[in-house]
Structures are given as C-alpha cells and as structure tokens.
Design a protein around this ligand. Structure first.
Ligand code: FE2
Length: 204
C-alpha cells in the first residue's frame, strides 16, 4: 500500500490524443453563400454514401470544383491557423479531401477513421438543436475496458480517461483531430438539416 501522507510516487500521462476546437474567422461573410452552394451541389448529384446514413454526401473531391475556390481559400486560411495552434510545423500543407454532408432528421455518421492522410477535421456550417453530437472513441476502449470501468470518477474526469468523449458541435467552428482517431456522429433528432464539411489535410 502507498502511504498517502508522502509523495512517494509519480505518474505520467502518456500518448494523449490531441484535438483542437477553433472558431473560424470570417464565417458570417461566407455562411449564406456556402449553404446555397452545398444545396446546389446536392440538387445535381447523388449521394456518395461514404459514412453518412439517411443523408447526402458529396464527392470527396468537391474542393477541386471551380465554384468551391472561395470556400477552399477560407478553409485553408483557417486550417493554417489551426495547425499553428496545434503546434504543428509542416513546411506546407494541402487539403486533399473535402466531403460536404447534408443530413436531415434521422441521419447519422457511422464510426470511422480517415486513412492515408495526416490530420483531419470537420467544419460545422449549420447545426440545428439536437442534430447529433460528435463522438470520439478511445483507441484503448476495448483493451482497457475494465480498467476504464474501475477508475475513480473524478480521476476519469480530470484525465479525460473515458471510453468515448462527446462534443457538442458549434456553427462556424472547426474541430481538428488525428486522422486515425475513430469517430461518429449521433442521430439528428431535428427536422432541419445539419450541414458540415469533413476534410483531410496532408503535410508537405
Ligand atoms: Fe470523419
């Protein structure tokens, strides 16, 4: 038994998974036009059905469309700031995937990862109330199942040692995370559409 009156132990928090939330600059100026663009794309193409159920997803190369250029510039500017805040220092970077998601009532995203890329993110464009929390899964969820169950509640909260972690999306924010960090989006319980852009970034 450790003697609680002495500090005869130390602990390290190893291998944390860093995610970043960032409020984009200039969202108000592009919001209306971007929403119109998303619906115009939806109206002329069928869903690619990548991770979204009961909704519509664009081609993963939607950022290469000429009409998307101003929105890509907007994303690039904000992603650049996010990378600095994350304290990443690549020589350069480029967005290699951009998927527009439009999900109405009862839509949800399956659990998935983003392979073959360096860092990923989601840009929340319209987020009605109760339209689905973003959920990260602990990569050690399975292997440490019992350990996580037995952990003191306060210690779990202090160290964020959970099986999963839920984030409430906020319009105009970007969420940046390691591409291999498994995630999903809960059911949209609102009649209104939830519009987001999922993207991948590769470093050069
Ligand atoms: Fe994703």
């Amino acid at each position: 038994m450790f003697n609680k009156n002495t500090e005869n132990f130390s602990e390290l928090l190893l291998f944390p998974q860093k995610v970043l939330l960032y409020r984009c600059k200039g969202f108000g100026e592009i919001k209306k036009e971007l929403i119109e663009y998303c619906y115009s794309l939806k109206n002329k193409s069928t869903s690619k059905n990548l991770t979204l159920n009961n909704g519509w997803q664009s081609d993963p190369n939607s950022h290469t469309q000429k009409r998307f250029e101003p929105f890509l510039n907007f994303l690039n500017d904000n992603i650049e700031t996010c990378l600095k805040l994350y304290q990443l220092k690549p020589k350069g970077f480029y967005v290699d995937t951009c998927v527009i998601n439009i999900g109405g009532e009862n839509s949800y995203h399956n659990s998935h990862i983003h392979p073959n890329t360096d860092i990923s993110g989601v840009f929340w464009i319209t987020i009605p109330n109760n339209s689905g929390e973003f959920v990260f899964e602990n990569p050690s969820n399975f292997g440490q199942n019992n350990l996580l169950n037995m952990l003191d509640k306060k210690e779990s909260e202090n160290k964020k040692m959970y099986h999963s972690y839920h984030i409430n999306p906020i319009e105009g924010n970007i969420l940046l995370f390691p591409s291999n960090l498994r995630h999903s989006v809960n059911l949209n319980r609102n009649k209104k559409d939830r519009i987001t852009i999922g993207f991948n970034v590769t470093f050069v």
